[in-house]
Every structure is written in structure tokens, then in C-alpha cells.
Ligand binder design. Structure first.
Ligand code: ADP
Ligand code: MG
Length: 739
């Protein structure tokens, strides 16, 4: 065994000889027994849910807390102490001795700071305590979180506050149980320093405007109208030893080098294929933990790429779905480690095969009014549906850039716009039937959806609408799928919160417009509701139909067509992110009090800063791997070939210089690109300083990244030339096909 590939050989050997049986899984709880238990018995056992609340709270307190949760009211401080005490008893009975406020800083990650329940009693002993104030509010020094200039260091403290609509839960760890309280994270002056606060704000705006529209249809909601989210999560799972043998996977979460494997995903044998048993064991372990956390995981399957999988829970309120998705990502990562594997949530861990996304299935409604994106059974309901549908069309057309901007990151750039994920142009797929109906509205006459008879449009003569748009277009970033919209441009590692906030806010604005339009038409214009709706649809379609596109989003033609239609196309993060401080976005977010100008600017800066840091880290890593791993392997092999040729010549044996010449040439190119990348990386000003953030980000895009691509091109050629026993890095083939 050569020393160059010792870690690679070790990785391969250990995967090949690993035992996959349940007992081997170090640190895993004895899941075998549990796997024979009816999951409905332990579902939600780690959540302080309704059942726990009923059991542990006095009736009056339970009622008060329930109202707070259901109606989104403020928590009565008088009940907080009682709730805290009950929560503490519940948690301690289950083995918890610490609690933490969990919050979601602007990095998109999850943050927690554990505190013990124990306080000294002054007599040498300890008392377990948990006060209402400790439940409701906590102090968090946020100075180490990115704040985009929102907090200068002298007011570095922030505070966390319980979001009662997201229940407290117990997180299992080898250290025991920890009581987790989902919170918002704000500065003392009320500035949002997290991803959750804007969700709650945007929900409020959405509720107000949706209720206005509903009242015009004679519906007077008493419960808040909220957004619902169903989040499909894709991920890669590979053996952990490969990650230890590849600095790029370890540090950057993606392979910076690696030649295309002889077999990739082209056989299409992977999607919905039989799940390998080791992976199935992992999935079952994940699911049991999620069930205990009350997360309704529903589906699991193989995805398109080798070693790629998907997990999806049933939809919940958008706010809860985002919290749960963060938990799912945490549990996936932790559990993979326990099974000797590594869960890669990066958007594009391996070039040449598909990357990973996160689909946000989005709808709005409430138990009282139902799903407002579901076509109705009668003309009156359909008129209401069409108003909500047209509001989405208008919203996306006006704020496509904003929605694009929140899914911009260095890693998601590698996916959006490649021929696998939705393109960077935000368009709406409606399906031919529905588009047809709306087009007819635009020209002022409606034929039934089935194309049968002509109709004059009033509420009572609206045609029956197609319940399902039929074909599902996978190339669209935003698709209507029968009773919800599926937003597919989110990256797999991202928090879904920002996208949810933009959807809610742009919907609030369009529903505001719809309500005002209809109110005016009814009260000032003297129109009937049917006539008003007809006019509204005409108006929206006239202005916004450019955003509807049912064709192939991957095609060249669409890029040109989209430009002709005036739709924004921001291929990369530095192009997209400045949208945050555009007048339209500032105005939109200010009007509905979702973000202040300052908060938007901070988000723009943080997103650019993250981009810059990511590219800079990757570039440094690429240089180091190229110099210390790839280059040595290549020159050693050149040496081997050269000595062999020299020996042959000395002995008078004809020596072929075929491989040697090619290798020497590729090494020459490799050296040149390495030098270029080194120079460009050194020249990059990557210190996060507001003035040159955008300039540096553009330098990353136009100078550093192309140099990295070029270096990779030559490195990958070397991988195909150098003797396999000298190659230091586990290959694509090994990582993706050895399980
Ligand atoms: P597919 O792979 O066909 O897109 P999945 O079953 O993987 O479908 O995921 C669909 C997601 O959409 C699930 O999370 C599901 O609960 C969710 N969903 C279904 N109906 C709604 C709805 N009305 N609002 C929001 N999400 C929904
Ligand atoms: Mg899916």
C-alpha cells in the first residue's frame, strides 16, 4: 500500500468489511424493541403537546394557553409560571435536567444554549426551578452571530421569546434529555435577529388581507388564516470514512474534485429503487426519533442520483413546518453519524449528478375556511378560488426577484440553472387547462374548462374548474399542483423560513390589492360580485400573465423568451441579492411590517458575506488539496513512468512515451491553473466589510470560481491518468456506490 492513498485504502477497506447489524450501531438506543411497538403509542411522546398540557395543567390554565395558541394571542403572564412549572415536571419525569431556548439565527442554522433546572438552595443542596419568566424570555449574547451591522458590540445582547404556536419538546442526546423551547430572537430595540420573527409578522399580514377578501365572499373567519407548508427534504448519505478521507467533503460539504464515474445516474435505476438495507436501518431510526418529536414524517424514497434520498412529513402550519424541518436536518445529521455514515445536506455535493433541493408545498387557509387554493365544488367557491389563484399570479409576477434572492447562496447557485433543478427564472406552472380558462377571462369570454360551451361570466355561470392540472412539470420553480403551490428552488441545506416569509408577504400585498379592487368595484362601481371577480381576473391576467409558463424551464428558448417577457433572471447570488434593497422590496416589507429597511439591508449583507466566506474557504481548500494531495500523486507517477522509460531505453527495449507525454502535458496545465487560483484567492478581499461586500462577491463569481473550475478540470483529467494505487482521494465510484 502506498502512503499516498493510505486513508483512501483504509476507507474502502472499512466500508467493505463493516458490519451493518443493529448491535453494531454504536450509541444507538436499543431500537429493536421499539421497532416492534405500535408507533402510535410513542408518537409525540417527547412533545409537550395537547395531551401533555391537559394532563399537567389546571383546567383554567390549559384553556387560557389553548386560546393563546389557537388564536395567536399574547400569553397571559399570570399563566406563564404555572405552565413553566408543569413543563418542568413533565420534562424532569422524562429525564431532563436542562432546558434551552432554541432559536434560528441568520446563518440559517439552529442555535441553543443550555441552562440547568438546578439552583443552589443555600443550604448545600439544590432545587429544581423553572419560572414563567425563564420560559417566556431568555437573554442571549448574540455578538458572535452575523448581524449585518444590526448590533454594534455595545448592545450585543439580544433576547429570546417563546413562540407559543410551536410546542416545547425534549431532545434526546447521549447527555440525557434537554427541554427545548422554540423562540424568536430579537435585539433589545425589537430588531429581528432571526428567521422566525419575520414568519410570525408575515403570517399576521397574510391573515389580515386574506380575511378582507373572504369577507367579500360572505365568510367571516374567527380563526387566523395561516400559511401551510409541506417540506420535502433531499439528502445524500455516504459512508463516514470517505468523508474523513476527503478534506473537501469534511470542510466544504462537497467534492471540489472528482472525475465523472463511468456509471452515474444515466441508467435511471435509482429513483424509487429498492432502498439498501443499511440505509433503511438509518431511515427507520430517524423516523422513530421524529415520531417521538411529533413530526409527521410520511414518505421516504430513493432519489434520482446514486446515494440520494428524500424524506417528507405531512404538511403543517408553515411556522411549525420550518421548525420541524430544522429538527429533521439535525436528526438526519446526528443519526447518520451514529450509523457510521455522513448525511450531506449540501445542494451539490457531487458534480455531474443531481443536486439536492427542498420543496416547499405552500397553501393558505385554516380549519374553519379550508384550503383557499383548492378549487371549489360550486361557482361561488370557484370565484373565490380564482381570486386567490390570481393573487398568486400577480404576487409572483411582481416579486419574482425577491423570491429568487432569498434562495441565493454559493451552494444553491451550483444547482439552480443547471439542467436538473428549476431555473433561476421564477415562473409559474399552471397546467394547460387552468391557463386556458384564465386566458379566456382575459379576452372576456369563457368556455367551460372542458371546452364545451360558451358562457357569460358571472359568479353563477363560472365553469367547473379542473381539480388537478394533470401533467406535473418538474422543470418549473413554482408549480400549481391541484390544491397548493410547490416551490422548488429552495436549496436542501437552507432554512425554509425566508421563502415562506416572501410567499406570505407577497400574497398579503396581492390580497390587499384584490380586496381593494373588489370593494371598489362593488361599492363604488355598483357591480355584482360576479362581475367584480370577472373584472379582477381580467385585470390581473392583462398585467401579469407573463409569469405563467407551462413549457420546459430547462430549454435555451425559455431563457430568451423570459427575457422578452421582462422576467428577471439572476443566475448567481451576487446578481440576486441586491434585490433586497430595491425600492419595491423595501416598500413591500415596510408596508406590511415584515422587515424594516435596516433589517433588509442586514439580510443582504449577511447573504453576501456567507457567499464570500464560502467561496473563499473552498478556494483555499482547493489550493491546499491540489498542492498537497493531487500534485504529489501526479509527479510521483510521472517519475515512475519516466524511470520505467529510461530503464527500457537503457536496456534497448522500445519504450512507449504515450502516457508520459500526456501526463506531463496535463501536469503543466494543472500547475498553471493552480498558480492562477492561488493568485486570485490571495487578491480577494474577503474580510466582511460592508463597503466592498458586493464587489468581492462579484470577484468570487467572475474570477475565483472560474479558476476553481479550471483547476478541477485538470485535476479530474489527472485522476483518469494517474495509477489508481497512487490516487489519494476516494473516487466518486467508491463514495456513491459502496454502502
Ligand atoms: P411529491 O413528491 O409528489 O411532490 P410528496 O408526497 O413527496 O409529493 O410531498 C408532498 C408534500 O406536500 C407533503 O409534505 C404533503 O403533506 C404536502 N401537501 C399536501 N397538501 C398540501 C397543502 N394543501 N398545503 C401544503 N402542503 C401540502
Ligand atoms: Mg417530491
Amino acid at each position: 500500500m502506498s502512503s499516498a492513498n493510505a486513508s483512501r485504502s483504509h476507507a474502502v477497506l472499512s466500508v467493505a468489511t463493516r458490519r451493518h447489524d443493529a448491535e453494531y450501531i454504536a450509541g444507538g438506543r436499543p431500537t429493536a424493541a421499539e421497532s416492534h411497538t405500535d408507533p402510535t403509542e410513542y408518537y409525540g411522546c417527547n412533545v409537550f403537546d395537547d395531551k401533555a398540557m391537559r394532563r399537567y395543567l389546571p383546567k383554567a390554565v390549559y384553556k387560557s394557553l389553548r386560546t393563546t395558541i389557537d388564536l395567536g394571542r399574547r400569553l397571559d403572564p399570570a399563566v406563564a409560571d404555572v405552565v413553566a412549572n408543569a413543563m418542568k415536571s413533565w420534562a424532569m419525569e422524562r429525564g431532563a435536567d436542562h432546558y434551552t431556548h432554541v432559536f434560528y439565527p441568520l446563518t440559517g442554522l439552529t442555535a441553543e444554549k443550555h441552562d440547568s433546572f438546578l439552583d443552589p438552595d443555600g443550604k448545600g443542596g439544590a432545587l429544581a426551578q423553572f419560572s414563567g419568566s425563564a420560559l417566556v424570555q431568555g437573554e442571549a449574547d448574540g455578538s458572535s452571530f452575523p448581524s449585518g451591522g444590526l448590533r454594534s458590540t455595545f448592545e450585543a445582547r439580544g433576547y429570546t421569546a417563546w413562540d407559543v404556536t410551536s410546542p416545547a419538546y425534549l431532545m434526546e442526546s447521549p447527555a440525557g434529555m434537554v427541554l427545548c423551547i422554540p423562540t424568536v430572537f430579537l435585539s433589545w430595540t425589537g430588531i429581528a435577529l432571526d428567521k422566525k420573527t419575520p414568519i410570525l409578522r408575515s403570517n399576521q399580514a397574510l391573515n389580515q388581507q386574506a380575511a378582507r377578501v373572504l369577507r367579500l365572499f360572505g365568510v367571516n373567519p374567527t380563526m387566523p388564516i395561516i400559511s401551510n407548508g409541506g417540506l420535502e427534504q433531499e439528502y445524500f448519505l455516504i459512508d463516514g470514512t470517505f468523508v474523513s478521507a476527503r478534506p473537501d467533503l469534511l470542510i466544504a460539504g462537497r467534492a471540489l474534485f472528482g472525475a465523472r464515474p463511468p456509471k452515474g445516474q444515466e441508467f435511471e435505476d435509482q429513483y424509487y429503487g429498492v432502498i439498501p438495507s443499511r440505509v433503511l436501518g438509518f431511515m427507520a431510526d430517524v423516523e422513530r426519533q421524529l415520531y417521538r418529536l411529533g413530526i409527521p414524517v410520511k414518505t421516504r424514497h430513493n432519489e434520482v442520483a446514486p446515494s440520494q434520498y428524500e424524506i417528507a412529513p405531512t404538511f403543517e402550519s408553515g411556522n411549525l413546518a420550518c421548525d420541524h424541518n430544522q429538527l429533521i436536518m439535525t436528526v438526519l445529521r446526528k443519526t447518520a453519524r451514529r450509523h457510521g455514515m455522513s448525511c450531506l445536506l449540501h445542494e451539490k455535493p457531487f458534480d455531474c449528478i443531481n443536486g439536492s433541493g427542498k420543496h416547499l408545498n405552500y397553501s393558505i387557509g385554516s380549519p374553519e375556511v379550508g384550503n383557499l387554493f383548492a378549487p371549489g365544488d360550486n361557482p361561488h367557491e370557484n370565484a373565490q378560488f380564482l381570486v386567490f389563484l390570481c393573487s398568486v399570479i400577480r404576487a409572483l409576477h411582481r416579486h419574482a426577484g425577491f423570491l429568487r434572492a432569498v434562495v441565493a447562496s454559493a451552494s444553491n447557485d451550483r444547482r439552480l440553472g443547471a439542467n436538473e433543478a428549476p431555473p433561476a427564472i421564477m415562473s409559474l406552472f399552471l397546467g394547460d387547462q387552468l391557463t386556458d380558462v384564465l386566458e379566456q377571462f382575459r379576452v372576456g369570454q369563457v368556455v367551460g374548462a372542458a371546452g364545451k360551451r360558451m358562457m357569460n361570466v358571472g359568479v353563477d355561470t363560472l365553469p367547473p374548474l379542473p381539480a388537478d392540472p394533470g401533467d406535473r412539470n418538474r422543470t418549473s420553480p413554482f408549480a400549481f399542483v391541484g390544491n397548493r403551490f410547490e416551490f422548488r428552488a429552495l436549496g436542501s441545506s437552507m432554512s425554509a423560513a425566508d421563502a415562506l416569509v416572501v410567499l406570505n408577504t407577497m400574497m398579503a400585498e396581492s390580497l390587499d390589492y384584490a380586496a381593494t379592487f373588489l370593494e371598489n368595484a362593488l361599492h363604488k362601481g355598483g357591480l355584482s360580485l360576479g362581475e367584480a371577480v370577472q373584472k379582477f381576473i381580467e385585470d390581473v391576467m392583462e398585467e401579469n400573465s407573463a409569469v405563467i409558463f407551462n413549457g420546459n424551464g430547462y430549454s435555451e428558448i425559455w431563457q430568451k423568451e423570459a427575457e422578452r417577457r421582462g422576467l428577471p433572471n439572476y443566475p448567481a447570488t451576487p446578481d440576486a441579492v441586491p434585490v433586497f434593497s430595491s425600492p419595491e422590496v423595501m416598500e413591500l416589507c415596510g408596508r406590511y411590517q415584515v422587515f424594516s429597511r435596516q433589517e433588509l439591508k442586514a439580510r443582504e449583507d449577511i447573504q453576501l458575506e456567507q457567499y464570500l466566506k464560502t467561496v473563499h474557504t473552498e478556494a483555499c481548500l482547493a489550493v491546499r488539496m491540489a498542492r498537497t494531495q493531487i500534485y504529489p500523486a501526479a509527479v510521483r507517477y510521472r517519475q515512475e513512468l519516466a524511470s520505467s522509460a529510461a530503464a527500457c531505453t537503457a536496456l534497448g527495449v522500445p519504450a512507449s512515451l504515450y502516457s508520459l507525454n500526456e501526463l506531463a502535458e496535463v501536469i503543466g496545465h494543472f500547475e498553471n491553473s493552480l498558480r492562477t487560483l492561488e493568485e486570485r484567492t490571495l487578491a480577494l478581499n474577503w474580510t466582511p466589510c460592508e463597503e466592498h461586500l458586493l464587489k468581492s462577491a462579484k470577484e468570487c463569481l467572475h474570477s475565483v470560481l472560474p479558476a476553481m473550475e479550471d483547476l478541477r478540470l485538470w485535476a479530474d483529467k489527472l485522476e483518469n491518468l494517474v495509477a489508481d494505487d497512487l490516487w489519494p482521494l476516494p473516487s466518486y465510484q467508491e463514495m456513491l456506490f459502496m454502502k
